[in-house]
Design a protein around this ligand. Structure first.
Ligand code: CDP
Length: 230
């Protein structure tokens, strides 16, 4: 078996992280949630009042403060999962809130933010043996990834999943607000100028609208084995 790079891209809330985490665990790879990094920069903007309620970002200030933003993934012994830390604080739950989701695609469209985070992501995957999920992993971050997946499902199915996920965490929000957020982020992610969300030419499309997590994990593990075999 050779060590490869796995890129998992696709629309918001379509189960990318479920697939990517499960695969990384099964094959002993490092999992990196690139969306969590964009969410951290967004939360930082909100903490420092660098973004207005309408989503206007004070870009000059953000650019000067960007080198001070430290993002880490730290294993949580209790849950067995990695938590996201922003400047030493566990923000795993906060970065998933609708408040952050409502501004993240605006912050993620800023070219200097993307440049900085893409650089960090490439450094994390330098040694291969990594599964990374996001929007531009197969196109921009790791264009040479051996296995590229592009995941999709209808907006309604994705919003329903996110609704249940937030509810389980005690962050219940109206379904309509979540559906609106999913659609708006899809639009912003697909239409931004720098590395818009699109399928890499050599990516395999996985519509998981009708698949259980077990079924999709099985399909992905099979694809991985084919690519990682010497
Ligand atoms: O969890 P969900 O799939 O809804 O989103 P996420 O993966 O946490 O990503 C949040 C947002 O960050 C996306 O809607 C994009 O605007 C941005 N993002 C990006 O631009 N590029 C990436 N590689 C990952 C996320």
């Amino acid at each position: 078996m050779k060590k490869i790079t796995v890129a998992v891209d696709g629309y918001s809330s379509c189960g990318k992280s479920t697939v990517a985490k499960a695969l990384a665990k099964q094959v002993g790879y490092v999992y990196v949630d690139s969306g969590a990094m964009y969410r951290c920069v967004t939360l930082y903007c909100q903490q420092k009042n660098l973004i207005s309620a309408e989503g206007v970002v004070e870009e000059v200030k953000l650019k000067s403060l960007l080198p001070q933003i430290k993002i880490e993934f730290v294993n949580n012994a209790e849950t067995g999962k990695a938590d996201t830390y922003l400047n030493g604080e566990n923000v795993e739950s906060e970065i998933r809130s609708l408040k952050v989701s409502n501004h993240v695609s605006i912050v993620a469209a800023i070219p200097f933010v993307r440049e900085a985070l893409v650089g960090m992501q490439q450094a994390m995957g330098k040694a291969k043996g990594v599964v990374m999920d996001g929007r531009d992993i197969g196109t921009t971050v790791f264009p040479d990834a051996e296995l590229k997946l592009f995941m999709t499902a209808s907006a309604e199915i994705r919003a329903q999943r996110r609704y249940l996920e937030l509810k389980e965490k005690g962050q219940e929000e109206p379904f309509e607000a979540i559906l609106e957020n999913v659609k708006q982020r899809d639009y912003l992610d697909e239409h931004r100028e720098v590395s818009p969300l699109r399928k890499a030419e050599d990516a395999i499309v996985l519509d998981n609208g009708e698949l259980t997590p077990e079924q999709q994990n099985e399909i992905v593990l099979k694809l991985f084995m084919e690519k990682a075999e010497d």
